[in-house]
Design a protein around this ligand. Structure first.
Ligand code: HEC
Length: 201
């Protein structure tokens, strides 16, 4: 009888001890997962997007590409400088390497509507939505405006338009980082149609 009682107390003690240890183990703070059995790769050591990093002095985990990096599709080096001379040289020397096909023009219009319409307007009249909203002075119309660099907008050569897309001009920002060389040439095909609305094909 005594022996059975002893055994029961032993088991009861064991049970209480087990409960206490489970309670203690499960009592981590919010960040601690406590003890995990084979977490494998469930908790990745990589940074979450835009999370902080103790490694870099500016505490950002998002880093800029190494100086001189060239994104895929941007392998054409642009040798003309952002000067009046660079603009004039690009204007007389650069030629559109793409065929003026229907598909390229259609794609050019699609890209133009993404990157240019809000300022220049759908028909290139300088009446895009941000201009209409009063936030922006109107850019000169492609068909009958005058360029601030001299000459009619309708006479701007493809090289001059290319130079403008790459570097921007005054209130117009540079678009080199978001539009690849091939896309620039396609957009230019569409701009040429807007320069000469009568002959648009
Ligand atoms: C934020 C508004 C804005 C956007 C976006 C914009 N432009 Fe402009 N653009 C202007 C303004 C303003 C001017 C007039 C700048 C000046 O002469 O001071 C201009 C001028 C130009 C000129 C005339 C350059 C010259 O030599 O006179 C061309 C060509 C041109 N833009 C093409 C484009 C193309 C192509 C896109 C789209 C890839 C584009 N722009 C996007 C505002 C914009």
């Amino acid at each position: 009888m005594m022996k059975i009682k002893n055994n029961i107390t032993k088991y009861a003690k064991g049970l209480v001890l087990a409960c206490i240890s489970m309670f203690v183990i499960s009592c981590g703070d919010d960040l601690s997962p406590g003890i995990e059995f084979m977490p494998d790769m469930y908790r990745s050591p990589s940074y979450e997007t835009y999370s902080g990093s103790p490694i870099f002095s500016d505490s950002l985990s998002a880093r800029l590409p190494v100086v001189g990096s060239i994104p895929r599709g941007y392998n054409a080096f642009f040798e003309y400088e952002n000067t009046k001379e660079g603009y004039e040289s690009a204007g007389s020397e650069m030629k559109n390497p793409l065929e003026k096909s229907e598909a390229n023009i259609v794609e050019g219009e699609r890209l133009y509507n993404i990157y240019c319409t809000h300022c220049h307007g759908k028909k290139g009249m300088g009446d895009g939505s941000v201009v209409k909203g009063g936030a922006y002075p109107p850019p000169p119309a492609y068909s009958d405006g005058v360029s601030s660099r001299g000459g009619n907008m309708s006479d701007l050569s493809e090289g001059k338009i290319y130079h403008t897309i790459v570097y921007g001009l005054n209130l117009m920002g540079a678009h080199a980082s978001q539009i690849s060389p091939e896309e620039r040439w396609k957009i230019i095909m569409h701009v040429e149609n807007l320069q000469n609305p009568q002959s648009e094909k």
